[in-house]
Structures are given as structure tokens and as C-alpha cells.
Write a protein that binds this ligand. Structure first.
Ligand code: BES
Ligand code: ZN
Ligand code: ZN
Length: 502
């Protein structure tokens, strides 16, 4: 899709539809006033009579009866100027984007400046627009036979604005990079496990590397054996699909230091192994690589926006299957770090894969670690399906993650992580760690286990088991994969400040 900037008065808009922001305020100002004059004051009447709503997330479509060249105006309610957050703006644009999609227009104009206020600058509006539009109109095409109905896609957006065209254009580009990163993550998560194997995931990462000039390394089973990655290999034991350790490096600074390691759980399907999931719990486990998808989505955004930072993305990937060769409860395995692990539950496989992922990220020079994973059902019980659970060993680093998440609108809630929690994951009679210290606080146990492999590096754990997918459609997307954390991770990287007192 392409977008253009038009610096003429918005009354000259000539596309199929003109999108206009409308705040809840006593009278029209600026371009809205000019448009109203074109309509001999009828827009004021429409608002007064409630045919056009200025409430946030409400949209109203009118026919222009030749008063301006555009055949229709789509009003986007924005509520009170002081109450409009970046989030709410994106949601409102999301609702409008879905309406535009319904209208099957192939091109439309946007009166960008009608969205601008003292609280909301033009570049933020521009970013919000392309990000929200890209996300809200996302579709997973699936595998149904094609219908004969011709599909209509938006091909061009024309932004009317009196603000600096270059700056607005850059912001449009950034917003669209964010939206596309999320959508790529969604598609990976929505793809079934038979079609998205670890090998395919690795191929996808290599394509990204080629497109953005990342350094890439894919470790195969033999290389993992040589490096002693006994934890990831144990999870893979029951599978006919080879495991992959996927590594991408983005070097945006002169020196390879202050490196942020992003480690994503890449379980392409989780049966639970011998600790088999019940038949209802197993459905949907194609999404168990949501952490990997978030990391790859973030890397796509990073590739587009090119921040001056260093990042290493590490994705330990396999499926978790049952067979005569599969690992079993009571097995003791040795991770790459040298720590031994008593396996009490083969369904707590994500933390095993992540253990070697974390260690390998450190080997690749990571100084800071963020792991992202659909790790526990427990986090859903604790926080619901709209909040990502977090654990950290470093409040200052967590603060940066939290700030990125509040900017992206992807909620994070920190869980406690105490000495007692550490004691529990270290509580094994015969090994250094055990992978399942019982149901109590098991979202914390999952994170605490991964934390054993951070050693003394600043580390944040993000459990997205509840947030990686959604049952219903929402303002910024359809039901299914959400692509959660792709934007937060990209923003974290962009804004990252090394922590002084490590
Ligand atoms: N992949 C699951 C977690 C999950 C549950 C993701 C629901 C998405 C939706 C994970 O591997 C798992 O099975 N965790 C167990 C851990 C337990 C055995 C300690 C769980 O949460 O029940
Ligand atoms: Zn599991
Ligand atoms: Zn899992």
C-alpha cells in the first residue's frame, strides 16, 4: 500500500472517501469549520442531532451529495481532547479502518490535521494511523477454497496536512512498519504446526535476515549436541522434526556491546509430551511459538526502523511430542549451562527450551535478556487474557520494558519473585533444578526457572500465554493471534538506555 501527502485544503479531497477526526467540543474549528461551511452548516446539525458522533471509537458515515468531490465522509469520534490517549486514538482509527474495509474502498483521503490537538501532535497521529490501519484490517487467509467474489484492498491513502510533510511521511512509514511487524507475528502464530515446523520457522528467519541484512545462524541438532544443549534436545527427543536454534543479530552500533538479547519460545506444537494435555487443552497449541513470533515481529520492525542499538534474537525451536524416544517425567537432563534438571513434567517444556536459549544468547554477547513465551496456563488464571505477566531480577531494566509496553498499549503486570520462589525451582533431591515445583504460583515458577539461566544479567520474563491469542475480534484486529509484544520489544530496543549500576 502506498501513501501520499497532500498540502492543499482538505475541501479539495477527491478520493472515494474522506476520513475526518471529530473531537467532542462546543464548536468546529480549523478544517472542520471549513468543511462545515462547504456544507452550509449541515455538519453542525448532524452532530447536534446525533447523526454524527464525537464519542471515541464511534464512527459515522455520511454521503456528501456533491458538496465536496469525495463521495463520502467517515467521521471518527475522538472524545474529549484531554482524554484521548495514544491507545484510544489507535483504537478509534482501528474502528474506522474496519468500516473502510467494509465499504470496500480502494483509496481514501485523511484530514490528518482534524486529529491533531494540543495533546496529540501530527507525527503521533500519522504513526497511529498507519499502525492502527495495518493491524485492524489484518486477515489470516487460511486454507479455504478461494471464493469468486473479487477482493477489494486499499491501495492508496492520501494524507491532507499542513504540517511538515517529511516528518509526517517518516511517521507514517514507522507506523506501518509497526503494524506489519505485528501482522507477520500474527501469521506465524496462526499457521498450523504441520505447516510451520522448526525448519520452516528457521527458513522464515533467514528470509528476514536477507531482507534486513541481519547476521544469521541456524544451529542444527548435531551442533546442539556438540554445544551440550541437553534441555532443548530433551524436548525434541520424541519428535520426527529436527530442532533448530535460530539466531539473528542486528548490529546498529560501532561496537558489539550493550547487547539486548531477545529470547522467544518457539514450540511449534505442544502436546505436553508424556505429561499429555487433555484433549481440550491440546487444541490451540500451534500458538506455542508466540514468543518466537513476537521476537521475529520485533526484528522486522527493527530492520525497518534501524535503531542505533545491538540486538541478538535467539529462538529455541522444536515441537513437543510423544514417542518411544520421547523424554519422560523423572528424567534428569543437562542444560548447556551445565545445570542439571529433574524433569517432573514434560508439559513444562517451554522453560527447558528457553534455558538453552538464554545460555546461547549470553554466548552470543547479550548483556541484557528478555524472554518471551506462552509459558503457563497459570498466568491466565492470575491475570486474565489481556495482561502479560512479567518477572524481573532488575527493576531499572523492567522499568524500561514497562514504559515500552505502555507506549505500545500492550499491558504488562509484574508478578512477585522472591528468594522462596528461587528455592522452589532449586528444590530437587537429585538435580540442580526441577522443572515443575507444583501448581502453587506456577506462572511465577515458570519465570523463576528461566531466571536461573540469566545469572547476574538484567533480565525480564514475559509470559504471554494469555495475550498471544484472543477469542473475539477487537478494535485492532480479528480473533486469533494478536502478535502481542512485537511492538513492545521493538520500542524497548529503540528507547533502550544501558543501565549504569549493573
Ligand atoms: N504451552 C503451555 C502453556 C499455555 C497454556 C500456553 C495455555 C497457552 C495457553 C506450557 O508449555 C504448559 O503446558 N505449561 C504448563 C506448566 C505446568 C505443567 C507446570 C501449564 O501451564 O499448565
Ligand atoms: Zn507444555
Ligand atoms: Zn508449551
Amino acid at each position: 500500500m502506498n501513501f501520499s501527502i497532500n498540502q492543499n485544503p482538505v475541501t479539495q479531497a477527491a478520493q472515494e472517501c474522506l476520513v475526518v477526526g471529530i473531537y467532542n467540543q462546543p464548536s468546529f474549528e480549523g478544517e472542520l469549520k471549513e468543511l462545515d461551511e462547504q456544507f452550509e452548516g449541515y455538519l453542525t446539525t448532524l452532530v447536534k442531532d446525533g447523526d454524527v458522533s464525537s464519542k471515541a471509537k464511534n464512527v459515522s458515515k455520511i454521503h456528501t451529495f456533491g458538496k465536496i468531490e469525495s463521495k463520502r465522509i467517515l467521521f471518527v469520534g475522538l472524545g474529549k481532547q484531554k482524554e484521548l490517549t495514544f491507545d484510544l486514538l489507535k483504537e478509534s482509527i482501528g474502528v474506522a479502518s474496519k468500516a473502510l474495509k467494509e465499504m470496500k474502498v480502494s483509496s481514501f483521503s485523511i484530514a490528518l490535521d482534524t486529529f491533531v490537538s494540543e495533546e496529540m501532535v501530527a507525527t503521533d497521529v500519522a504513526h497511529a494511523f498507519t499502525e492502527a490501519f495495518t493491524m485492524a484490517t489484518y486477515e489470516f487467509h487460511g486454507y479455504k477454497k478461494k471464493s469468486n467474489e473479487p477482493e477489494v484492498h486499499v491501495e492508496s491513502m492520501e494524507f491532507f496536512t499542513g504540517f511538515d510533510a517529511k516528518e509526517v511521511e517518516t511517521a507514517l512509514q514507522i507506523g506501518s512498519a509497526f503494524g506489519n511487524g505485528v501482522n507477520s507475528a500474527r501469521t506465524l502464530v496462526n499457521t498450523p504446526g504441520n505447516l510451520l515446523t522448526s525448519t520452516k520457522l528457521a527458513e522464515y528467519a533467514l528470509e528476514l535476515a536477507k531482507r534486513y541484512d541481519f547476521e544469521a545462524e541456524i544451529l542444527d541438532k548435531e551442533e546442539m549436541e556438540n554445544l551440550g544443549m541437553g534441555a532443548l534436545l530433551a524436548v525434541n527427543q520424541g519428535s520426527v522434526e529436527p530442532p533448530k536454534m535460530i539466531v539473528l543479530k542486528y548490529n546498529g552500533r560501532d561496537e558489539w556491546k550493550d547487547v539486548i538479547g531477545l529470547v522467544g519460545k518457539g514450540i511449534t506444537f505442544d502436546t505436553g509430551g508424556y505429561s499429555l494435555k487433555p484433549k481440550d487443552g491440546i487444541v490451540g497449541m500451534k500458538t506455542d511459538m508466540g514468543g518466537a513470533a513476537a521476537v521475529l515481529g520485533a526484528m522486522e520492525i527493527i530492520g525497518e526502523t534501524k535503531p542505533e542499538q545491538n540486538v541478538v534474537a535467539v529462538i529455541p525451536s522444536t515441537d513437543n511430542m510423544v514417542s518411544g524416544a520421547a523424554f519422560k517425567p523423572d528424567d534428569v537432563i543437562t542444560s548447556m549451562s551445565g545445570k542439571t534438571i529433574e524433569v517432573l513434567n514434560t508439559d513444562a517444556e517451554g522453560r527447558l527450551a528457553l534455558a538453552d536459549g538464554m545460555t546461547y544468547a549470553k554466548h552470543q554477547g547479550a548483556n541484557y535478556l528478555v524472554d518471551v513465551a506462552t509459558l503457563t496456563g497459570g498466568v491466565i488464571v492470575a491475570l486474565g487474557e489481556d495482561k502479560t505477566g512479567a518477572l524481573t531480577n532488575n527493576e531499572a531494566f523492567f522499568e524500561q520494558v514497562l514504559e515500552a509496553s505502555s507506549e505500545s498499549g500492550e499491558y504488562i503486570w509484574q508478578l512477585p519473585y522472591t528468594e522462596n520462589d528461587k528455592k522452589r525451582v532449586r528444590g530437587s533431591e537429585i538435580a540442580d533444578l526441577n522443572n515443575s515445583p507444583g501448581r502453587a504460583g506456577h506462572a511465577i515458577m515458570g519465570g523463576a526457572f528461566v531466571g536461573e539461566f540469566a545469572d547476574n544479567l538484567p533480565w525480564v520474563h514475559l509470559d504471554i500465554a494469555g495475550t498471544a491469542t484472543t477469542k473475539g475480534k477487537y478494535e485492532l484486529g480479528p480473533a486469533g493471534a494478536t502478535g502481542v509484544m512485537a511492538r513492545t520489544l521493538a520500542l524497548l530496543v529503540e528507547r533502550f538506555e544501558p543501565i549504569q549500576s549493573k
